[in-house]
Design a protein. Sequence first.
Length: 403
Amino acid sequence: MDSRWVKIIWFYCVGVIAAAQLGKMSALIPLISRDLGLSLTLAALVISLLEIGGAGFGRIAGGLIQRVGRRPALLAGTAFLAVGGIGESLAPGPAALIAWRVLESAGYLTTVIAAPMLILETATPRQRGVALALWSSFVPVGLALGAILSGWAAELWSWRGALFGGGVVAAGALVLSLPMTSGVGARVRGADAGGTGPTRHAWALAVGFGCYTTFEVGLLGMLPTFLVDKAGASADTAGLITGVASFATVAGSGVAGWWNHRNHGRDLARGPSFALMALSIVLPALLLFLVFGPAPDLTIAGIVVIALNALSGVYPGLAFAMLPAVAGSDRGLPAANGLLTQFGASGSLIGPPLFAAFAGHWGWTSAAACGLAASLLCLALMRAAGVSSSSNAEASDTPVTDH
C-alpha cells in the first residue's frame, strides 16, 4: 500500500477513536448515574460536553492549531483523550467526572480538527476527494464502536473498567501517532501562521453541513423514542435499529469516495455531482415521512430508516471533499475546517431537542416536516457554496513549515 494511504488511514483511525468517546458515554451513563448519583440533567451534560466544545470553539481551535502545528495538536489531542478517559474511570463523584470530561472534550475537538488537516497535507490532490470521503464516516463508525465495545467492557468488568480501557486505547494511539506524524504537520511560521478567514463559500458549506447534522442527529436521537412509543418496539430492538441505521451511513461514504475518485474531486457542487448531492439531501428527508407516519409498521420503519441513512451518508463525503475548494487556498483550510466542525457540532446539539419539540407539540409528522425544511435549506446553501474546484485541486499556497 502507498505510504501516504497508510498515514491517511491512521489519521482516520485516530478520528474514530476520538468519536468513540461520544458513543461510550451514551452506553455507560445509566451505570455511571446509578453509582455516582447523577441527575438526568447532569447525565445529559456529561454526554453532550464533547459536542458543546465543538459548537463553541471550532473556529477558534482551527486558528490555534494552525499556529501550534497540526502534528503537536494531534499528539496533544490524543494525550488529552487518554488522560481524560483514565481520569473519568477514577472519578469519585460528579464534579470530578465533569472535569475529566471537559479535558476529554478539548482532546476530541483538537483531534477532529487536526486529523483532517493532516489528511489533506498527506494526500495528493487526486487522493484528497477519496480521503475526505473516508474521513466523513469517522463519527458514525466511532459512535457505533464506542457504544458496542464500552457496553461489552462494562459487562466484563465495570463502567470504570470500560472508561479505563478507552483511555488506554487513546494512549496507544498517541504512541503510534509519533512515527505516523513524522515529517508532517509542523508549526507554521511567518505570515502564513495566521492563515486566512473563512470565505463566503466556506460559510455556506459550514452552515449547510450544520443543517444536515440537525436532520441526521435529530432523527437518530429521537428514533428510539419513536420506535418504542409509536411502533411498539422493545428498547433493545429500537437500539439495534438505531445503531444499524447510524452505521449505514458508512455505505454512503463509500459511494461518495467512489464518486470523488471517478470525478477527480472536480466541480463537486455542479452538474452530476450536485445532482447526486441533492438526491442524498432531499430524498432521505422525504423518506422520513414514511417512518414518522401516523400508523407506523416496525419492520417497514426499520427498513426505510436504514435505507435513508445509507443514502444520506453520501452527502458528508461530498461536502468534506469541497473543503479545499471553498477554503480558497491552503492558508484558508484551518479556518474553513474549524468552521465546518463548529456548525456540525451545533447541528448535533440542536437536532434532537428541535425534533422533540415539533413531535411533542404537533406530532411526529411535523418532526419529519422540520427535517425536510432543514434539508432544503442545506441544499440551497450547498448551491451557494459551489465553486469550481478544478482551479483549487492542487495546493496553491504551501505554508512555510519548521521541520
